[in-house]
Design a protein. Structure first.
Length: 196
C-alpha cells in the first residue's frame, strides 16, 4: 500500500503494518517532533487519557510493586500516577531519560504508552522488555490499534511522522503466542501481556 508517496507493508504473520524502513525518520527528526508535545504530568486531560491504562493496571498490581515506564518522555505523568498509588517506577526514554540501570531482579510491570508505534525494531524491543520483566509481570501497552485498511490512508495516527509501525489486535495475539504470554485487552487500545 502506498500513501502520500510512502510505501507501507504488512507482515503476513502478525498483520502489523509498517512504514518502508528507508522512510523512517532520523533520530533528530524524531526528537524535533517530540519537542512539540505538550504532555505535562499535572494536566488533568492527559492524566485522564493515561488512566485508560493506569486504572486497570493499578487494579492488578500488588502493593509496592516495582515498575519501569519505558519511553516516559520529558514529563513522566504515568510514572507519577503510579507512584502516587504507592509503587516504585524507574524511567527510561532514549531522548529524555537515556541513563538506565535496570532493576537487578526484574520488574513487576513495564508500561509502554504511546511508544511501541515509534520503535524501528519492535521485536528487539519486546525481547529486551521480556528480559527485564519478572515471571508473572505485566507488560502494559497503549497504542491506537488499526482496524481496516480502507481507513488507513486518512487515519490520524498514520499521519504522525514518528509512527512507523501500526498494530492490530491480531498483532498482539501473535506476540502473545510467540512469547507464550497471556493477553488481555482491558480497555480500548490497551493490551496487557503477562509473562508466564
Amino acid at each position: 500500500m502506498t500513501v502520500d508517496g510512502k510505501a507501507y507493508y504488512r507482515c503476513p504473520r502478525c498483520r502489523a503494518r509498517f512504514l518502508d524502513p528507508a522512510r523512517r525518520p532520523t533520530a533528530g527528526a524524531e526528537f524535533a517532533e517530540y519537542e512539540k508535545h505538550q504532555n505535562e504530568p499535572s494536566d488533568p486531560r492527559y492524566r485522564a487519557f493515561l488512566s485508560r491504562l493506569a486504572d486497570p493496571l493499578l487494579a492488578r498490581l500488588a502493593p509496592h510493586s516495582h515498575g519501569l515506564d519505558f519511553g516516559c518522555g520529558p514529563g513522566p505523568a504515568l510514572a507519577a500516577m503510579l507512584e502516587e498509588a504507592g509503587h516504585v517506577v524507574d524511567l527510561y526514554d532514549p531522548f529524555y531519560q537515556p541513563r538506565f540501570q535496570p532493576a537487578r531482579d526484574g520488574y513487576d510491570f513495564i508500561t509502554c504508552t504511546e511508544v511501541i508505534e515509534h520503535c524501528h525494531h519492535p521485536r528487539d524491543e519486546l525481547r529486551r522488555l521480556d528480559g527485564h520483566l519478572k515471571r508473572g509481570g505485566i507488560l502494559a501497552v497503549m497504542t491506537c490499534l488499526q482496524s481496516d485498511d480502507a481507513r488507513f490512508a486518512n487515519w490520524h495516527y498514520r499521519r504522525d511522522p514518528t509512527h512507523v509501525v501500526f498494530y492490530r489486535e491480531a498483532t498482539f495475539e501473535w506476540i502473545a503466542r510467540t512469547w507464550r504470554w497471556t493477553l488481555d485487552f482491558p480497555a480500548r487500545d490497551v493490551a496487557f501481556l503477562v509473562k508466564p
